[in-house]
Design a protein around this ligand. Sequence first.
Ligand code: KIV
Ligand code: ZN
Length: 508
Amino acid sequence: MSESHIKIFDTTLRDGEQSPGCSMNLKEKLEMAKQLEKLRVDVIEAGFAIASPGDFEAVKAVAETVKEVRVASLARTLPQDIDRAYEAVKNAEAPIIHTFIATSDIHMQYKLKSTPDQVLERAVEMVRHAKSYLEDVQFSAEDATRSQPEFLYRIFEAVIQAGAKVINVPDTVGYTTPDEFAALIKGIKENVPSIDKATIAVHCHNDLGMAVANTLAAAKAGATQLECTVNGIGERAGNAAMEEIVMALQTRYDFYQNKTNVVTQQLYPASRLLSQVTGMKVQRNKAIVGENAFAHESGIHQHGVLANKSTYEIMTPESVGLHQNQLVLGKHSGRHAFEDRMKSMGYDLDRPTLDKVFQSFKELADKKKVVYNKDLEALIKDKTLKMEEYFQLQQFVINCGNFMTSTATLKLRNFDKELEAVSTGSGPIYAAFGAIDQLVGKEYKLDDYSLQAVTEGEDAQGEAFVQIRKGDELYHGSGISTDVIEASIKAYINAINRMLSNEEKQDF
Ligand code: KIV
Ligand code: ZN
């Protein structure tokens, strides 16, 4: 079997961002794009330029910032979509327009109200339109896995003839199975006469929990571009998870004989950054990047790993960028050691930000005996990824106990105004959230709340996660502090700020 190169097309900022509660602001998208560049993915799909002015600005900013990776924008097969996508990506070093139309009978009949011939004609016309702007055009046949294979062969041949460089086979609703998907890819290779002029890409959703398995089966059958997202975020049950695909290809190279360019040591930092900016936690037992992925609890396993790591470890934590429980710095650590640590963690901060983070580190080191990498990550996030703060916590006092109703008094800053409210509740968090609701005006509902320790140790910082709902929209928020009540209040305010900032975006 000959080795081939597999391209990784990351759609965290487009399909991933469509996932409920995962919307990111421009600053967060740029940070994520820079991390994807460090990962050395081949393509970043930065957004859907026509979806909103916010999406357009984000795609444009990513295209103008990222230099080492190609940048794509999604577009329907409509002239105005393609024009907008081009405007957004045109300043990238290597821009791509990714256009799509549905090809399954069910979508063509009920959604597009078009015949297969009309769909084919529109696809060809719009690929030509995109080609009038730039060379790299990708075409996706939405709902390909529920489409008639013969129609897929026909439309793929036609768009390749029109100049598409990549034809993408999406399992839009997560319906296919590994064997079936591999057979479809083989069928495309055998029945599309001009297939050698294009790259075959696949894009899998995880509705039946098979997105990664389907993607890998397609790679084995000849697909050479794999579409995925960090942490597997995406519509409904998500997209295929990048870290799982990349580490499966690397760990089972003997089987797949395929290499990616991904710098695997950047996988864990990418996963952490994404969950910090979206407030979306990674499940503890998630493969590759979950808290438990490299934890050996049972005595037998621990004994084996101590004797020889390969007994129970098929990859090292270091290979995905996880440096477990690394003791970082203490209160006597100096500026030099701190800056060195920042660099070795992959952060390249400008002087004013470094000064702010160092100051917060000193304050934290006064409260905690030891400061771990994860504590530092949290401080950096706090100082670099701040979104527009409509509301900011100033002060709080909470009176609570097991024999009384809790009372919370909170002061928040709302731009130049200072607001104060008092509320009672059956516990301190309930009382504090009630006071915030009074100040914000309650048009949302608390959907989920959880708290976890950032590191081990009695003096560990607490990280709170909150999810609020307004109508159909979900917003996550996170907050960190050595005081768990403060962490919870910050998380709640963070989710509210995210909701208010999203309200400024225009609807698609
Ligand atoms: O799932 C899907 O079909 C998509 C396409 C737009 C590629 O996201
Ligand atoms: Zn998708």
